[in-house]
Design a protein around this ligand. Structure first.
Ligand code: NDP
Length: 369
């Protein structure tokens, strides 16, 4: 049972996990599993398994001039994995690279976005992607179709973008309206322009040994890039991915496996998830459950990548809510060796990886090194 010296968790009150699972802080021996040294990507040893990331993240030159400082809070133990800052630097590098390509061969990368329906969150995501494209010099094209459009209409636009040489990446904003077959639509995107990496062929290649997908899904790729950027060794480590969705959990697990981690996937039917998570050196959580992962679930010294973005009520916020991750940040900070915040962790990396994939696609299409 928790004693009076158990964690104080003001920010994790929205979790459904019983407080009796807390472990008093004085019972936890903090042992660093990882030495977390933040360094530029050029200093990272990309092993053979990393060639996949290397190809798709762009060449090393793109990342060679990075020099960031790690934000850390004196009152906590974990280092903050600052995705916002890493993403900003990656975007600057992409912008420089786009200028170089434009000057050398006159090509500007193009990204086409297909949005169907009037979901506010989807419209916001598309707006953010368009702005990010503008920031780095990618030309963006947008097709916004009404909710009651037919699948054929969506397929027609995808086909046009497939044939358009000025478009190097095509993104279909999910979720699609219920009457549409997502698989049909995602499969219609040319594998050479599938910058989201959701085409079954790209996912299949990601899963198979000895095969290379043309693109890796952006959010999982952002998670792995963050691990690399912070010098976290993946090879030989025990990793747990919470969530098995097609867009985050499953490809994240495949990527970790390609990087030679021993991977376990936890999902909604997993029994005793805390016991499994507690064995992990690296945790990637993408469950969409606010503050589900408590400090007591975490192996001391583990590295935590929190993908979850969950709104919870907050009367003190002007919006009436705030965003939290899947991991109880305050508790995890006292146990983990490094952790991504929410917001400001994985989120900004997702868009940076989309831009990176689009640039890679344009370079590949024009054979530009
Ligand atoms: P999905 O709802 O598609 O998948 C959630 C997964 O989590 C499922 O596999 C589900 O299991 C599992 N899960 C749900 N509840 C639990 C639980 N209590 N214990 C263990 N596993 C559980 O979500 P997404 O993958 O699309 O997104 C996950 C989170 O990541 C969301 O918060 C989303 O907002 C965020 N996100 C963030 C992005 C970013 O850029 N940072 C990008 C994309 C998503 P089962 O399969 O059994 O149902």
């Amino acid at each position: 049972m928790a004693s009076a010296s158990a964690f104080i968790v003001p920010d994790c009150s929205s979790s459904s996990t019983a407080a009796s699972r807390f472990i008093p802080l004085n019972k936890i021996r903090i042992r660093r599993v990882f030495q977390i040294n933040y360094h530029p990507i050029s200093a990272v040893r990309w092993g053979p398994k990393s060639s996949l990331l290397n190809i798709n993240i762009n060449n090393r030159r793109l990342f060679s001039s990075m020099a960031l400082t790690v934000a850390s809070n004196a009152e906590t133990i974990a280092k903050v994995i600052d995705g916002k800052s890493v993403a900003k630097h990656i975007k600057e590098e992409i912008s420089t690279e786009i200028t170089r390509m434009k000057e050398a061969i006159g090509v500007i990368p193009g990204l086409a976005v297909v949005l169907v329906g009037d979901r506010k969150d989807s419209a916001t995501y598309v707006r953010n992607k368009k702005k990010a494209c503008d920031d780095v010099g990618i030309k963006s094209y947008e097709i916004h179709l009404p909710e009651d459009s037919t699948e054929q209409e969506v397929l027609k636009y995808i086909s046009e973008f497939n044939d358009d040489p000025s478009v190097h990446g095509i993104l279909v904003q999910l979720p699609l309206p219920r009457h549409m077959n997502e698989e049909n639509i995602l499969s219609a995107v040319s594998i050479e322009k599938d910058v989201d990496g959701f085409h079954p062929l790209n996912i299949g290649r990601l899963a198979m040994r000895g095969r290379e997908p043309m693109f890796v899904p952006c959010t999982p790729k952002g998670c792995i890039v963050l691990l690399y950027r912070y010098g976290v060794t993946i090879k030989g480590k025990r990793a747990v991915v919470i969530g098995r969705s097609n867009i985050v959990g499953m490809p994240a697990a495949l990527l970790l496996q390609r990087e030679d981690a021993t991977v376990t996937i936890v999902h909604s039917r997993t029994k005793n998830p805390e016991e499994i998570v507690r064995q992990a050196d690296i945790v990637i959580s993408a469950a969409g459950q606010p503050n589900m992962v408590r400090g007591s679930w975490i192996k001391p010294g583990a590295v935590i990548i929190d993908v979850g973005i969950n709104p919870v009520d907050d009367p003190e916020s002007p919006r009436g809510y705030r965003l939290v991750g899947d991991v109880c940040y305050e508790e995890a900070c006292q146990v983990a060796s490094a952790i991504t915040p929410v917001p400001g962790g994985v989120g900004p990396m997702t868009i940076a990886m989309l831009l990176s994939n689009t640039l890679s696609s344009a370079k590949r299409a024009h054979n530009f090194e």
